[in-house]
Design a protein around this ligand. Structure first.
Ligand SMILES: Cc1cc2nc3c(=O)[nH]c(=O)nc-3n(C[C@H](O)[C@H](O)[C@H](O)COP(=O)(O)O)c2cc1C
Length: 184
């Protein structure tokens, strides 16, 4: 059985590097039973949370919330890919998570953060958030340290495959754990 994994790009800047890391992850999860889609928050473009009811009620008034809910309901698990911004996770990612509640609950999730020191403060913060959402945090998460030598003057990868090669095994492990967690 094929399981659907949503790989959420948690950064939305026009010059972001998350698409490079996401494409690399998609290739390196290496599990035949996983179908991994990119979910790009820049394209989905949710406004700042504008619903009147608490998301845990499941009462949604806005079309963009209903569409977001439908999209998220279609996935069996998630990878949250996010950089560290000022010791935290990016606001658009938190906003997108806050829009929904039951849609996230009990689904497996792996956190892939990046930054000067693997984005570990951002990962710690997100660890609490996904617990609050009652998600099932995998054992295999990944913190990618960005090295200046691997980046050009604009902060983009010179060669993403070379820069991320040390993390290939970690990516395989994430894929393997999703497959295991989703076996029925
Ligand atoms: C607003 C902002 C805050 C940042 N804060 C941190 C930080 O606290 N620690 C860190 O290691 N890198 C920090 N950085 C550097 C980012 O890790 C780096 O720019 C990365 O490329 C951002 O991901 P993105 O390109 O997908 O947006 C910050 C970058 C931005 C834009």
């Amino acid at each position: 059985m094929i399981h659907k994994i949503g790989l959420i790009l948690g950064s939305t800047r026009p010059t972001r590097i998350s698409p490079d890391i996401a494409a690399w992850l998609q290739q390196n999860l290496a599990q035949p039973d996983l179908d991994v889609d990119l979910i790009d928050l820049a394209a989905i473009n949710l406004p700042l949370l504008d619903e009147t009811e608490q998301p845990s009620t499941g009462i949604y008034h806005e079309d963009h919330t209903r569409q977001w809910s439908q999209l998220i309901q279609g996935y069996d698990g998630f990878i949250l890919l996010f950089p560290q911004y000022n010791w935290g996770y990016p606001a658009p990612l938190k906003n997108a998570l806050d829009y929904l509640y039951k849609e996230w609950a009990h689904k497996p999730v792996s956190l892939v953060s990046y930054g000067g020191h693997g984005g570990f403060q951002a990962a710690q913060g997100m660890n609490l958030v996904v617990r609050g959402l009652k998600m099932q945090l995998l054992t295999n998460n990944l913190q990618i340290t960005l090295h200046r030598a691997d980046l050009d003057e604009q902060g983009h990868f010179l060669d993403v495959n070379q820069a991320l090669a040390p993390y290939t095994f970690n990516a395989h492990q994430i894929g393997a754990e999703f497959s295991h967690a989703l076996v029925e």
